[in-house]
Design a protein around this ligand. Structure first.
Ligand code: FAD
Length: 365
């Protein structure tokens, strides 16, 4: 039997961030992931400078030997309509590749790890968690993303939640494809569905091209994806076959109806497992990292006694965040209704695009 104080299930940005904080404070932590790293994750790979700040990470240090695409402008519009280009003249965001970013964070955490093993069997015995019948831990941190088994353990009925559904693909372009591709590396494209319930993106990071579409409405995703792909294939000179390689995924947004319960006796959830992504944009990496840091604070303050009461400060902070998302969304409700109704007109307006769509929804400046 392998023993540790804290077992973190999942080695994405949430799991590695939480594990790193606990390891630095001297706790005995083991991280389990079903994949071997580097592994891919279905994602656009867009992050704001706030991610580097939250991680205490120097962007220039990260850039050495990895893809870090500066973003200085955005092309936005409706699918099947003309786009507006908004230029900031400085770096306002970055593009990363998840296979590199997640590996970097995992290695930086210096956590002891067990990769290539799925957490399947989770049992509570005499105040310990016993996982897969051979790992024993006092505390279980669920960082396994939307379908995390620890979330099920804490009562989440995963199939019944409101989620974002998305499909995405990332490919490396040949030299000829790069020359043909009309997506500028520092100018990702965001094209909204006409009902404003989702958007598609095209994002070039050096030689890599990422394409995808996500929606808050689970119906007809494939039709919307097909419509978007047909539109951009024609417009942007994409590599042949790229749009046939999209993979699907789902995740929960913060706020809204029916929150996930993020603590239990000797267990807590962080990142997508807790449902933390920002509703306006679907950004999940930053809130996942932030939830991991909050969880680590509470775990350390619990000082080895992980009963539910001692994990309550984390739940209270998460509830506060969720409440503030709800009040932000409801206070902008009249506006979002107008924007749905007049979507086509508003998205061709450069003031609306810069100040509402980009500054407020996506960059949260
Ligand atoms: C199509 C798409 C595009 C997105 N684009 C962006 C974007 O551009 N920017 C952004 O900020 N956010 C984006 N997001 C959201 C973002 O990907 C997530 O919010 C983020 O990855 C959450 O991090 P995490 O560490 O909680 O979970 P994950 O990154 O999902 O990591 C979970 C880990 O747990 C492991 N795991 C799962 N189950 C088990 C198990 N049973 N046993 C062991 N290990 C397990 C997995 O292998 C994985 O490594 C996107 C999401 C989607 C679906």
């Amino acid at each position: 039997m392998e023993t540790c104080e804290v077992l973190v299930v999942g080695g994405g940005p949430a799991g590695s961030t939480c594990a790193g904080s606990l390891v630095r404070a001297g706790l005995d932590v083991l991280l389990l992931d079903k994949e071997r790293f580097p592994r891919d994750k279905t994602c656009a790979g867009w992050i704001t400078p706030a991610v580097f700040k939250a991680l205490g990470l120097d962007a220039e240090e990260y850039r050495t030997g990895r893809v870090l695409q500066d973003i200085k402008s955005f092309r936005t519009g409706l699918i099947n309509s003309a786009a507006v280009v908004t230029t900031y003249g400085t770096t306002v965001s970055y593009g990363i590749r998840r296979c590199e970013f997640d590996l970097y964070l995992l290695e930086r955490s210096r956590v002891r790890r067990q990769l290539g093993e799925t957490a399947i069997n989770l049992e509570r015995k005499d105040g310990w968690w016993v996982v897969n019948r051979h790992i024993r831990a006092r505390l279980l941190v669920g960082a396994g993303g939307h379908f995390c088994p620890v979330a099920r353990l804490l009562g989440t009925d995963i199939g019944r939640e409101e989620v974002v559904v998305a499909q995405a693909a990332e490919c490396v372009m040949t030299q000829a494809e790069e020359q043909q591709c009309r997506v500028q590396p520092d100018t990702p494209a965001l094209y909204f569905c006409r009902d404003m319930k989702g958007y598609g993106w095209l994002f070039r990071k050096g030689s890599y091209l990422n394409i995808g579409l996500g929606r808050r409405d689970t119906r007809d995703l494939t039709l919307h994806v097909r419509d978007f792909c047909a539109f951009i294939e024609q417009q942007m000179g994409l590599p042949a076959g790229l749009t046939g390689r999209l993979k699907g995924h789902a995740y929960r947004l913060s706020g809204g109806e029916g929150r996930r319960s993020c603590i239990g006796d000797g267990a807590l959830l962080i990142g997508d497992a807790a449902g933390v992504a920002i509703p306006e944009s679907g950004e999940g990496i930053l809130p996942s990292i932030e939830s991991a840091l909050l969880a680590a604070e509470t775990i350390l303050a619990a000082n080895g006694d992980y009963r539910c009461d001692n994990l309550q400060p984390y739940a209270a902070r998460m509830n506060q965040r969720s409440d503030s998302v709800n009040s932000r969304i409801s206070s902008s409700q009249p506006f979002s209704e107008i924007s749905c109704y007049l979507g086509a007109r508003l998205l061709s307006n450069s003031w609306f695009t810069r100040h509402i769509v980009l500054d407020r929804w996506f960059l949260r400046r």
